[in-house]
Design a protein around this ligand. Structure first.
Ligand SMILES: NC(=O)c1ccc[n+]([C@@H]2O[C@H](COP(=O)([O-])OP(=O)(O)OC[C@H]3O[C@@H](n4cnc5c(N)ncnc54)[C@H](OP(=O)(O)O)[C@@H]3O)[C@@H](O)[C@H]2O)c1
Length: 246
């Protein structure tokens, strides 16, 4: 059987890197997208190659439509198609409604929401051609609960859930499923500062009493990308150690 080809955005580190490796373990060839850390992306490529799979690193800012076009073209040309898209690229920043600048609001929506839309828009024709596809969008616990310190982040992530459901409905006739994963606190660079400052307090608030490892989130994403998840579409799976129930 021919390998499935996956594009994971923001795969140079954190949850994206763990997902790229997990998908390679499942037999996929991988396009590893990154923004600026070429060395980290190349290290992920080497780990995937060591598993006997093909991988390429592609620099692109997902908020730039032209760069996304080039990234999808390179993926299809070098790896031979595109079956799986994981819209993982993202960042966090903090600020309440009065502090948040217009630029920061616009940038967050551009990376999170425009980025996922651009990637999906350009990936779907290849999935339709293959008669099979999987899209997984990285939401967040904050999309479900809101955030007093990041309305832009919560709004952008909540927007992704609407995009997920809409694409799931539209693309179901083409055997393309679209789902979201909403992680809670996960041990990546994104959280470094808040975990250093109030790690104990955060752990105490989580029913499982610990922070997630990136590979625990990657497992959920990889499952949704697999044939095993063939009857799940339009869902958001919260992986929060129980925090969402609090
Ligand atoms: N960590 C958590 O607790 C948590 C919780 C809920 C949701 N999430 C979501 O999960 C996803 C991954 O988070 P993470 O914690 O793994 O983040 P991370 O460790 O900070 O990694 C972010 C990744 O995104 C890439 N990136 C950032 N902006 C980009 C852009 N404009 N275009 C292309 N790539 C870009 C970075 O590339 P470079 O390395 O080149 O900079 C890096 O690979 C994000 O969408 C995040 O919102 C995380």
């Amino acid at each position: 059987m021919k390998p499935k080809i996956a594009l994971v955005t923001g795969a140079s580190r954190g949850i994206g890197a763990a997902t790229a490796i997990k998908l390679a373990q499942q037999g996929c060839d991988i396009a590893v997208n990154y923004l600026s850390r070429a060395d980290s992306a190349r290290a992920v490529v080497r780990q995937i190659e060591a598993l006997g799979r093909k991988a390429i690193a592609i620099q692109a800012d997902v908020s730039n439509y032209t760069q996304v076009q080039q990234m999808i073209e390179t993926t299809v040309r070098e790896l031979g198609g595109l079956h799986i898209l994981v819209n993982n690229a993202g960042y966090s920043s903090h600020g309440g409604i009065e502090q948040l600048s217009l630029e920061e609001w616009t940038r967050m929506l551009a990376v999170t929401l425009n980025g996922a839309f651009y990637c999906a828009k350009l990936a779907v024709p290849h999935m339709r051609q293959a008669g099979w596809g999987r899209i997984v969008n990285l939401g967040s616990l904050r999309a479900l609960t809101g955030s007093a310190h990041g309305p832009h982040y919560a709004a952008a992530k909540a927007g992704l859930i609407g995009l997920t459901k809409s694409l799931a409905l539209e693309l179901a006739p083409y055997n393309i499923t679209v789902n979201a994963v909403a992680p809670g606190y996960t041990d990546t660079e994104m959280n470094k500062k808040s975990l250093a400052e109030k790690g104990e307090q955060i752990r105490a608030s989580i029913p499982l009493k610990r922070i997630a490892r990136p590979d625990e989130i990657a497992s959920v994403i990889a499952f949704l990308c697999s044939d095993e998840a063939s009857y799940i579409t339009g869902e958001t799976i919260a992986a929060t150690g129980g925090l969402y129930m609090r």
